[in-house]
Design a protein around this ligand. Structure first.
Ligand SMILES: [Zn+2]
Length: 275
């Protein structure tokens, strides 16, 4: 695989009892950071994986029924913490970002999409169809806010499902096939079914080896290490409980076979510490 470099950012957070996200967890509230990633590619330059929260989240959740989202999952985003602001500090203007890869269409992963007007957006068609399906209330209940889809999205999007399928490196067994997003083997999107329709992760290789960004296929690294899913009430809220369980188990098997491969969930406080 073509080598790239990767930098992670904490882009807002919310707090929930740990026990809602992992069986046997504590009832005290813990931080769920929203992580987003900057990938530097030798030819394509700045590429993002997810955006985390953005001030647009608060605009999108001003009216009802969208305001219900803000009430049930109140996030915190400090001044200057939006991804566009954090990469600007590193000398990358938001307009320079050439590609934005969205793991899925939940608001905490794509709220900042509008800040990157020149990026080709890579996302799952199945996720976008789910976002557009049913009433606004049903979208909100599934964690999605249609107002966060920027104008011109249709012209800028490239679907994961249409990208060239490729075999993944054998080290990633039991994951065997991905989608080659740029056509050069550097960024391979991998379906991680269960969390919601059209939920994908991203495999890349940086100076430290293979790195698998697993989005919300697990909320904690500990859940992957110990193969511990969320409790049933939370599983029932997710898109497909059986698929969620199977995907977590596959990640656990990968970790057991190859503990050197970094598996990074998007809301893992332990991973945020490492960034
Ligand atoms: Zn999430």
């Amino acid at each position: 695989m073509r080598r790239v470099s990767l930098t992670g950012f904490r882009v807002g957070h919310c707090r929930h009892p740990q026990a809602m996200a992992i069986r046997g967890g504590r009832w005290a509230p813990v931080d769920f950071p929203a992580l987003a990633f900057l990938i530097l590619h030798p030819e394509e330059g700045a590429i993002l994986f997810d955006t985390g929260y953005d001030p647009a989240f608060w605009q999108a959740t001003e009216p009802f029924p969208e305001r219900l989202y803000r009430w049930t999952t109140p996030p915190v985003l400090h001044a200057g913490e939006a991804l566009a602001d954090q990469i600007a500090v590193r000398g990358i203007a938001p307009g320079e970002v050439r590609h934005l890869i969205l793991s899925h269409f939940h608001a905490d992963h794509m709220a900042g999409t509008h800040r990157f007007p020149n990026a080709t957006i890579h996302a799952a068609r199945a996720g976008f169809e789910a976002l557009c399906r049913g009433s606004r209330l049903s979208s909100v209940r599934r964690g999605m806010l249609r107002a966060l889809v920027p104008p011109g999205f249709d012209r800028r999007v490239r679907w994961f499902e249409d990208a060239a399928p490729v075999a993944l490196p054998a080290d990633l067994t039991p994951f065997t096939e991905g989608a080659d997003l740029l056509g050069d083997g550097s960024l391979l999107a991998v379906p991680l079914p269960g969390h919601c329709p059209g939920h994908w992760g991203l495999v890349l290789r940086d100076e430290a080896g293979l790195h698998f960004l697993v989005a919300d296929a697990a909320w904690f690294s500990e859940a992957i290490r110990t193969d511990t899913p969320p409790p049933w009430p939370t599983m029932r809220l997710l898109g497909d409980a059986a698929a969620t369980r199977a995907t977590l188990h596959d990640l656990h098997c990968l970790h057991r076979r190859n503990p050197d491969i970094r598996l990074t969930p998007s809301h893992c406080a332990e991973c945020a510490e490492r960034l």
